[in-house]
Design a binder for this molecule. Structure first.
Ligand code: 8X3
Length: 257
């Protein structure tokens, strides 16, 4: 960790799900968390909740795809003693259509949030992470970043992009005091992921988890992220794939129906 008393961790997409759970866990582990998302009311409420629990948190409204806003955010962080950890969590899926009929606009948006958003934050904060003397860039990819499935191509392509970004960055900055961690979760039941993917169709969203005894929770993934980030500085968890026991691959899921 940095010489500063309290290390600073930036979490994107912290308005709900894995991002919010990760912010709670990192705050409890001793980080001052800077929680960002487009929905300002949500990150403000989360920061207040974390502060009320006796930990440290700051809210900042941010769209990771807006480079000017990201640069302004990086400038704002100059007033903090350091920036030690970046959790690139913002992202998500839109649609589950076959290649033959998928919407190019969905594909574009998924590339923007999952890849360009991660690129924006990583580029903007890398100088500060390096200056901390002990920085961590974490990319929350997905098992979709490692294998494909029918109806998944747009999301799978975007998550492969996020995986490649992490892998390439690790090669390029080796020798600097920044490690690059990729966490690739499989089936995680969060409040928003499937509902967003199916544009509010809760029936279709529920089908994703139908009969699966225990999909991962946002907190399971947050626990994994926090574990990876709190390893000693010289230990780099390059890539960690985490799935529920009931899931053997992207398309092999045990359902009790
Ligand atoms: C989520 C995993 O299987 O919906 O990142 O693509 S999956």
């Amino acid at each position: 960790m940095t010489a500063a008393d309290t290390p600073i961790a930036v979490v994107t997409g912290a308005s709900s799900g894995i991002g919010a759970a990760t912010a709670r866990r990192l705050a409890a582990a001793g980080f001052h968390v800077v929680v960002t998302a487009r929905r300002e009311d949500r990150v403000k409420a989360l920061a207040a909740e974390i502060t009320d629990a006796g930990h440290r948190a700051t809210a900042y409204a941010l769209d990771v795809t807006d480079r000017q806003a990201v640069d302004a955010f990086a400038a704002h962080l100059d007033s903090f003693p350091s920036v030690d950890v970046l959790i690139n969590n913002a992202g998500g899926a839109l649609g589950a259509d076959p290649v033959a009929t998928g919407s190019p606009e969905d594909w574009r948006q998924m590339y923007e949030t999952n890849v360009i958003g991660t690129l924006n934050l990583t580029q903007a904060l890398l100088p500060a992470l390096t200056a901390s003397g002990d920085g961590t860039v974490l990319v929350l990819s997905s098992t979709a970043g490692h294998a494909t499935y029918e109806g998944g191509a747009g999301y799978v392509a975007a998550k492969h992009g996020a995986h490649v970004l992490a892998e390439t960055l690790r090669l390029e900055i080796v020798g600097t005091p920044v490690r690059v961690i990729e966490i690739a979760p499989g089936m995680v039941k969060t409040e928003g992921f499937a509902t967003t993917r199916f544009r509010g169709d809760t029936e279709k969203a529920a089908k994703v988890y139908e009969g699966v005894a225990e999909p991962l929770t946002a907190d399971d993934v947050a626990d994994t992220i926090t574990w990876a980030v709190t390893r000693p500085s010289h230990v780099n968890i390059d890539l960690l794939v985490v799935r529920p026991r009931a899931q053997a691959s992207n398309s092999k899921v045990h359902r009790e129906l």
